[in-house]
Structures are given as C-alpha cells and as structure tokens.
Design a protein. Structure first.
Length: 365
C-alpha cells in the first residue's frame, strides 16, 4: 500500500527533465486489456494535442513498455511516474480511475492524495462473548488478520439455584473474555498505529465492549456493523468499506463546517482559493480541504513559490516581480500542503464547500 511519506517524497521530487504522470484504469471487469491500452494511447494523444509530448517522449515510452510487458494486471488501476533522470515509480491502485496523463516539472499527486484519503488504514474488531477477530484494512484490501478465543461459554438448561449460580459464572467469564478482547484490540491498534477502528458484532456486546474501552481507544471508533464470528474475511472487507465511506462523508462535513465557521468568525480557518493559498504560503495550513472537481489556473512566484489566482505586479511575500503561469494551481497547492506536513482531504459533492469557493483550510494558528 501507499504511505503518506511516499506521496510527500513524490511531491518533493525535483528534476531538470519533464516528469510524466499517468493514472490508468485497469479494471478488467469493465475493460479488456486491449481497451485499457487504447485508453492509454488516447491519453498520450491528448498530451500531444497540448504540445507536451516532445519533451516527455522518453517517459511516455517507458510507461508504454511497462503496460505492455511488465504490469501484472492484478489491481483496479495503476499510477506511473517517470522521467529520463531515473524517476520511476509504479503504484497499484485500490479503485478504478479515469485514464489520464500529465507532463510537468513535478509529479501529479492529486489523484494519489484522493485515494489515500479514501482508502486510509483502519482496524476492524469482530467481537462476541467468547473471542475477537482482528483485521487491518488499507488500500482497499485486508492487510493482516488474527484472532483469539477465550473459554467457551456453555448454556445451562436446568432451572433453579444451580442454574442461577452457573449463569453468574457464565456472565463473569464473558466479562473476563470481553476485557481480554479489549486489551487485544488496544494492543493491535497500537502496533498498527491505527487512527480509525470499526467494531462488528451484536449490539449488546458492542455496547459492553465500548464501555470497557479506555477513552483513547474509544475515540478511534468510527462505526460498527452487525456480524457474527463466522463472517468471512471478504464480508468483513465489503461491509467495513461501506461503513468507512459513510464515516468519511460525515468527517468531511464536520471539517468543512469547522473551517467555514472559523473563517467567518476570523478564527483559524480560511475559505476560497485566494485566502487559502495565502495561508498555505505562510505555512499555517493544518488541513487542506479541496472539492473533488475543482480546477483552476493561476500564477506562481518564480522566487518563493507563492501561488495566486490573479496576476500581480509584485509578490506579497518576497517582493519578486517574476511570475510563471500555473495551469493547475490546485495540484500545486496540494503539493505545497504535503511538503508542509498538512493533511489533505479531497471532498465529494459538499454544498457548503461549494458555496465557500471549493477550497478551504483549518489553520495551525
């Protein structure tokens, strides 16, 4: 799977030769291999129409060879970054993407940032009164799994005093098992450095599990779903991805609302391209929020890298007078945010963000 560090390394890459960035839809449930190769050639032709092809012919040829002879066709998509100076990186993707190509002085990382945001790692704990099964899910796949079972709880069918005493014993044993399950979940999340946790089981058991959790672990829980211990790994993946998508939408709405409110009150938030780009250059952006379909061009200070949507005579930061055209200012903003250690959140169809200008940020100060 891809890590934030790898995207940051790509965003920070500097080379003298043009860099080609290709995202290719390789979902063979919808396209044949020949159709995939044809879509790639069409994306190359689009670059040729934009007069970008001659400066990147070597990189494009390398990508074409990779697709023809080296790619294993096991993922739903693939990203490839190349230039003649030795940059070569391929990334299997967890979801289909629109086949598209870019040529520039930097790798085009916007799509990767979006996918990392959508398919970030989380843990799933399937729990009952006798044991726990633990899964780590990232990049659309189960990365690891383990399980632990406590002492079996047997039902006592006879009535009377003996039955009541046995039931107390069974309840105590179940509580012991659940406490052990919580300890195992906590250790699993610490080991995996999980920032999100999902619970699966029946409602009464999950309620008890959450009561037993330390506060720090409980805060990681993003959702839950009904399941028994016989659930298959594929079912865990399918159901958890649905819950994760719902949790992400709710988190996006919360972040956008927080940024808009802070900006309107003059607090630690910005809305709109101009103000957000300014805060980005100041190094104040903690979380960058970008509408999924936002496209914008602008200008970049040749001296300090300040991005602006309007042409200005003098840079507001370094007083430089040389500006270069920035045909995709959104991707450059994402690169700068990554380089500054900010979180990137690509937001889908959010009306509040649309009204705020399709870009916003939560600030460090």
């Amino acid at each position: 799977m891809l890590s934030e560090r790898e995207i940051q390394d790509l965003a920070q890459y500097n080379g003298a030769s043009p860099i080609v960035s290709f995202y290719i839809d390789t979902d063979l449930t919808h396209h044949s291999k020949d159709a995939v190769k044809l879509m790639f050639k069409q994306s190359v032709k689009a670059l040729q129409d934009d007069k970008a092809l001659p400066s990147a012919a070597t990189g494009i040829a390398a990508v074409e060879r990779f697709l023809e002879f080296e790619y294993d066709w096991q993922s739903l998509g693939v990203a490839v970054f190349a230039n003649p100076e030795g940059l070569w990186k391929t990334v299997p993707l967890p979801a289909p993407v629109n086949t598209q190509g870019y040529v520039g002085s930097k790798p085009y990382v916007r799509v990767l940032s979006d996918l990392l945001d959508r398919f970030a790692e989380y843990a799933v704990a399937v729990v009952d009164r006798e044991g726990v099964r633990l899964f780590s899910v990232a990049w659309g796949r189960i990365q690891s799994q383990t399980e632990a079972m406590g002492e079996e709880l047997k039902r006592h069918k006879q009535g009377g005093w003996a039955a009541a005493r046995y039931q107390r014993h069974a309840d105590n044993l179940a509580l012991h098992n659940l406490k052990q399950a919580v300890e195992l979940i906590d250790a699993f999340c610490r080991h995996r450095e999980c920032r999100r946790l999902m619970l699966a089981g029946n409602a009464p058991v999950l309620a008890q599990v959450k009561e037993l959790m330390p506060a720090a672990l409980r805060e990681l829980v993003i959702g839950e779903f009904a399941a028994d211990m016989e659930i298959t790994a594929n079912e865990v993946l399918e159901r958890s991805l649905e819950v994760a998508a719902e949790a992400q939408r709710a988190e996006e709405e919360r972040l956008v609302a927080e940024a808009v409110t802070a900006a309107n009150k003059g607090g630690a938030g910005t809305i709109g391209l101009a103000d957000t780009l300014y805060a980005l250059r100041e190094g104040r952006v903690r979380v960058l929020l970008v509408q999924e379909d936002l496209q914008a061009s602008g200008y970049e200070c040749a001296n300090c890298g300040y991005l602006t949507v309007t042409e200005v005579a003098r840079c507001l930061f370094c007083s430089g007078e040389a500006f270069v055209a920035a045909p995709d200012i959104v991707n450059q903003a994402i690169e700068q945010a990554l380089n500054a250690g900010a979180s990137i959140d690509i937001v889908r169809q959010n009306g509040a963000l649309r009204q705020a200008g399709d870009m916003a940020a939560l600030l460090r100060y």
